[in-house]
Design a protein around this ligand. Structure first.
Ligand code: ZN
Length: 242
């Protein structure tokens, strides 16, 4: 399994897209979260990685939650694919997320996407609820999720394929139980930000060395100093082998 990092910023980053990646799954590209400026972020990551990725190559999206730095890209992605289909190109993209996240998704998108009341969520996305306490298949990946502690409903993921597993924390306060759940992964992408609803780097620095070795950092503020930790921050366009 391999992934291409799309964005690594926190919500207020002036220099980087929000935390996002594309997993190169057996049956297609799977986008984790859709930050602001998604089209540009995909194009830049594609250029840097040498892998052709873009809105037209992604048929599956895993969505952690509805904060702007994770969900604002859904509008333009949805419109772009809607236009493509009117021109006979591509399929209705599948959006996989917990029921609690999906509950207010259309409430968020409708004011700019309902086309005067003629369009609904199903015109843009095939929304599929991630099953609670069970795995499901997304493009050949076995996907499990776990709800995190954040200011709105949010989840993290375990994505498995070919005996390897990628852990994705999602936005969360530091939660030892969540880290333990993510410990089943070979590579753990964990968020860090100095905020009451996020995970301070000091908490991750206190994890055992065998856990820290698996951790790659994402969701950093622009002022983040890589020298404050022995865990490596991810970079947009980077290819990560799981
Ligand atoms: Zn958030």
């Amino acid at each position: 399994m391999e992934m291409v990092v799309i964005g690594t910023g926190d919500a207020f980053s002036a220099t980087r897209a929000g935390s996002s990646a594309v997993v190169l799954a057996p049956h297609g590209h799977v986008l984790i979260d859709a930050p602001d400026g998604l089209m540009r972020a995909l194009a830049e990551a594609s250029h840097r990685s040498g892998i052709a990725i873009g809105a037209g190559t992604i048929d599956d999206i895993l969505l952690t939650h509805l904060h702007a730095d994770h969900a604002n890209g859904l509008e333009m992605f949805g419109f772009r694919r809607w236009v493509d289909r009117r021109n006979g190109v591509g399929c209705l993209p599948r959006l996989h997320t917990p029921r609690a996240v999906a509950a207010r998704l259309w409430e968020r998108l409708a004011p700019s996407m309902d086309q005067g009341g003629t369009a609904g969520l199903a015109d843009y996305f095939d929304v599929r609820f991630l099953p609670e306490g069970a795995a499901c298949d997304v493009a050949g990946l076995s996907v499990r999720h776990r709800m995190t502690q954040h200011s709105i409903p949010c989840c993290g993921f375990l994505l498995s394929c070919g005996g390897r597993t990628l852990g994705w924390s999602g936005d969360t306060v530091f939660d030892p139980a969540h880290v333990a759940w993510l410990g089943a992964a070979d590579v753990i992408v964990h968020e860090t930000s100095e905020s009451a609803i996020h995970t301070p780097i000091a908490a991750l620095n206190a994890l055992p060395a065998e856990v820290r070795r698996k951790v790659r950092l994402i969701h950093m503020a622009d002022a983040f100093d890589p020298a404050c930790t022995d865990m490596r921050p991810l970079e947009a366009g980077e290819r990560v082998a799981i």
